[in-house]
Write a protein that binds this ligand. Structure first.
Ligand code: CFM
Ligand code: HCA
Length: 533
């Protein structure tokens, strides 16, 4: 492994190699000490990163999937246009039919606004959006120039909220605000927490009421999870934020348990909800059939109700045969194949379970923008150095709500549940689940991607659109784990079956190895020889 790492860093300038060295560590599955990994720091200038910007994390990721909040981008038209429907977060338009996801609203800032200020234009755009849609809420997203010229978007939204009588709030999520999308998640979540969560006390019916945090309904994943919950008799109050509405957010404080799927994008929301409302949280994962069964059992154990436990067992027993049959069908062709996963802040971990279920090993994996706790586990949280970039992102000071705070379990009950294996506020991270022969690389760049493919020769590579075609031209199939290409859902039981078949097709077709990129035969396309006359 040390050899591999050396080869990976060999051609880099010394200073760059020194920095990248800290972001590459081995796995620690068999009880090895979990190594410290460098994460959530600035990408080295000039390197081709997989990362996106803070605006993308705020508008596209967190608030994008909520169908009845009108999202308005304050900025030049490109930011709005290029974030228009690209994430494939699905929604069920519901009975009211309020669904603004297909729209792309922007103030279309131009030079004139940059010079004279864009607040007037923003005010007019909010008014225009309101007149057209009469929505329950409008949220505004700042792009880079807004912060540079100093438009006070929060003053504008405050004023418009008063004028229109609906919830209007703004996000200072300029693209450069943090080192990645992760900062944008935090900004959006803070604003939802501040302006929306717990603002509607209408009681909600249901015996086992939960919220699902960190599931975004990409490719219909949330629909499958909703189906399973319904079958189990579990009432899902709100998902943050796949297939969600603002009313669900407003009433989310009625839930008795928060379940966290994507730890990266909102573990701090789970913490804030516990402090303010007394709702405990547990980590769950609905990617992988075994993981789904385990998560359902964990939820049932929390409610300590034999009826729910029995129902959950019955559902698992009903769903598993189809999953097992699909696995048995593909296993002879997939066993022993190898994978690499370089995605976002949670999927590079969760999808390893799905690969394991069909006998496939992960050779290398990493996140684009996760933090050390997502790699090493939450126990390192207190040791993470708060640098200037993280300090730039607001941390809300939360107090118990004077009226709504209601601890769902006593400390004794929590302790008793923990003794039975229901672990609260625990996430062990990715490194402890990977083999010591595996490489874990944070914020991988294009050069390193090419190099590890050459050195480790995986049968499949999972990443995003920017990596897709380049890797396919290397003869390796690439499965997008962001928008799933045209596939999915991959969550839950139905999702596992879909995944097994899709991966079987991808790793067993010969088409990728037959591909020859033009430069394989001809050298660089733009190569030219100087001919003297
Ligand atoms: Fe969480 Fe996500 Fe992800 Fe993420 Fe994302 Fe995404 Fe992702 Mo793309 S919230 S960290 S910022 S699971 S958009 S639905 S696929 S990079 S691994
Ligand atoms: C984002 C969104 C993204 C991009 C996917 C990709 C997504 O980070 O802004 O690079 O292919 O899932 O749509 O992560």
């Amino acid at each position: 492994l040390e050899e591999l790492k050396k080869e990976l860093l060999d051609k880099m300038p010394t200073k760059v190699a020194r920095k990248r060295d800290k972001a590459i560590v081995p796995g620690a599955e068999s009880g090895e000490t979990i190594p410290v990994i460098q994460a959530n720091v600035r990408t080295i200038p000039g390197i081709l990163t997989q990362r996106g910007c803070t605006y993308a994390g705020c508008k596209g990721v967190v608030l994008g999937p909520t169908r009845d909040i009108v999202n308005l981008t304050h900025g030049p038209i490109g930011c709005g246009y290029y974030s228009w429907l690209t994430r494939r977060n699905q929604t069920d338009a519901g009975e009211d039919g309020d669904n603004y996801i297909p729209y792309c609203l922007s103030t279309d800032m131009t030079e004139n606004d940059i010079v004279f200020g864009g607040e007037k234009k923003l005010r007019a755009a909010i008014k225009e959006a309101y007149d057209n849609f009469k929505p329950k809420s409008i949220s505004v997203f700042a792009t880079c120039p807004v912060g540079l010229i100093g438009d006070d978007i929060h003053a504008v939204t405050r004023q418009m909220q008063e004028e229109l009588g609906i919830t209007v709030f703004a996000n200072s999520c300029e693209g450069y605000k943090g080192v990645s999308q992760s900062a944008g998640h935090h900004i959006a979540n803070n604003q939802i927490f501040r302006h929306v969560i717990g603002t509607d006390d209408t009681p909600v019916e249901g015996k086992y009421k939960i919220n699902l945090l960190g599931e975004y309904n990409i490719g219909g994943d949330a629909f499958e999870i909703e189906r399973i919950f319904e079958k189990c008799g579990i009432t899902l109050l709100a998902t943050f934020s796949g297939n969600s509405t603002i009313t669900q957010f407003r009433q989310a404080h009625h839930a008795d348990l928060n379940t966290v799927m994507c730890h990266r994008s909102l573990n701090y929301v789970a913490e804030m909800m516990e402090t303010k409302f007394g709702i405990p949280w547990i980590k769950i994962n609905f990617i992988g059939a075994e993981a789904t069964a385990k998560s359902l059992r964990r939820i049932a154990a929390y409610f300590e109700d034999p009826e729910l436990m029995a129902r959950v067992e019955q559902v698992i027993a009903e769903e598993m045969p189809a999953v097992k049959a699909a696995a048995a069908e593909v296993l002879p062709r997939t066993t022993g194949k190898t994978a690499m996963l370089f995605v976002g802040g949670s999927r590079a971990h969760h999808y390893q379970d799905l690969f394991r279920e069909i006998g496939m090993e992960t050779l290398a994996a990493g996140y684009e923008f996760a933090h050390r706790d997502d790699y090493e586990g939450r126990h390192v949280l207190s040791t993470i150095k708060v640098d200037a970039d993280s300090r730039n992102i607001e941390e809300l000071e939360i107090e118990p709500d004077p009226v709504r705070y209601n601890p769902r379990k006593t400390p004794e009950q929590i302790k008793a549940l923990e003794d039975q294996g229901v672990r609260f506020k625990v996430y062990e991270g990715l490194i402890g689940e990977m083999k010591k022969e595996a490489l874990i690389i944070d914020d991988i760049n294009q050069y390193e991607t090419h190099k590890i493919i050459e050195l480790m020769k995986p049968d499949i590579f999972c990443a995003g659109i920017k990596e897709k075609y380049i890797i396919q031209k290397m003869g390796v199939p690439l499965k997008q784990l962001h928008n799933y290409d045209m596939g999915g859902p991959y969550a839950g039981f139905v999702g596992a079956v879909n995944w097994y078949h899709e991966i079987d097709r991808l790793v067993n077709t010969k088409v990728w190895s037959l591909i020859k990129a033009p430069w394989n035969d001809n050298g660089p396309e733009l190569e030219a020889a100087y001919v003297a006359d």
